[in-house]
Design a protein around this ligand. Structure first.
Ligand code: CO8
Length: 258
């Protein structure tokens, strides 16, 4: 169905594998279009979590495709940046949590893709970096926006100005990833995490994601009001009634997402 995406579903969890082995899964226009199409068709009523990973054992995504960018004019460069940013924003605002299972190089657009996900875990051979200034460009695809929010201004500036990649243990230390695991265990650990999320009330998980993201840039008073309203809406769901009833009767709730 797609040329560069492999899609799998296991229960409530979907796995999107980016596959362009000749370029270490570098993102070209076709891949961005396919990701856009897939995310547009993603059924958040049926699926409760998405895992994003790269094909093979060497690379998650080695950046945007340099051979495609090399000859761009200023306007084409801006359009390419906007294209990637809009797809990543679609991923970031998907109504279910997205886990990046980073299985190797996450450079430039690869690091930017991982940062657009809710949670990042990586294999012990992973390398993260923003090498763009070494190519005469800046991190596009919203890299200058998200990196400082994740790791703080000082570290973001160091990574972007030097262009030097960091290893998995350093990415863990600065909070760029939540966990580092052996390569052979990466997908199992990602599935375990996804299944833990999927077992919870999906409308509540989705509301929590919306709140955390939307409230981040709000003044505290507005953020608190936003949360209060979302909190109230949870009481209009069957999942809340059933979840609390199950607790009170010492049962287990199988959430229906209603
Ligand atoms: N684009 C295109 N092709 C690539 C890319 C890439 N980003 N990365 C690797 N490849 C290709 C190589 O050219 C090579 O192809 P070939 O076999 O035809 O020569 C193949 O993949 C294998 O790569 P290497 O032989 O280089 O493998 P190594 O193990 O020696 O090195 C590295 C692996 C370190 C990952 C190395 O390939 C590398 O440095 N790649 C480029 C990394 C990079 O600079 N990424 C950032 C790109 S810029 C970017 O992402 C900007 C995003 C924002 C865009 C904004 C729009 C305007």
């Amino acid at each position: 169905m797609y040329e560069h995406l492999k899609i799998e579903e296991k229960g409530y969890v979907a796995i999107m594998t980016i596959s362009a082995p000749k370029s270490l899964n570098a993102l070209n226009s076709t891949i961005l279009k396919e990701m856009d199409d897939y995310l547009t068709s993603f059924d958040c009523n049926r699926l409760r979590c998405l895992i994003v990973t790269g094909d093979g054992e060497k690379s998650f995504v080695a950046g945007a495709d340099i051979s495609e960018m090399a000859g761009l004019t200023m306007l084409q460069g801006q359009a390419f940046g906007e294209r990637g940013s809009s797809v990543f924003r679609k991923l970031e605002t998907l109504h279910v949590p997205v886990i990046a299972a980073v299985n190797g190089f996450a450079l430039g657009g690869g690091c930017e893709l991982a940062m657009a996900c809710d949670i990042r875990i990586c294999s012990d051979n992973a390398k993260f970096g923003q090498p763009e200034v070494g190519l005469g460009i800046i991190p596009g695809f919203s890299g200058t926006v998200r990196l400082s929010r994740l790791v703080g201004m000082g570290m973001a500036k160091q990574l972007i100005y030097t262009g030097k990649p960091i290893k998995a243990d350093e990415a863990l230390r600065i909070g760029l990833v939540n966990a580092v695991v052996p390569q052979t265990e990466l997908m199992d650990r990602a599935m375990e995490l996804a299944n833990q999320i999927a077992a919870n009330a999906p409308l509540a998980v989705s509301a929590a994601k919306l709140c955390i993201d939307a409230e981040y840039d709000m003044p505290a008073e507005n953020a608190i009001a936003f949360e209060n309203s979302a909190f109230g809406r949870c009481f209009d769901t069957e999942d809340q009634k059933n979840g609390m009833q199950a607790f009170l009767t010492k049962g287990k709730c199988v959430f229906q997402g209603k």
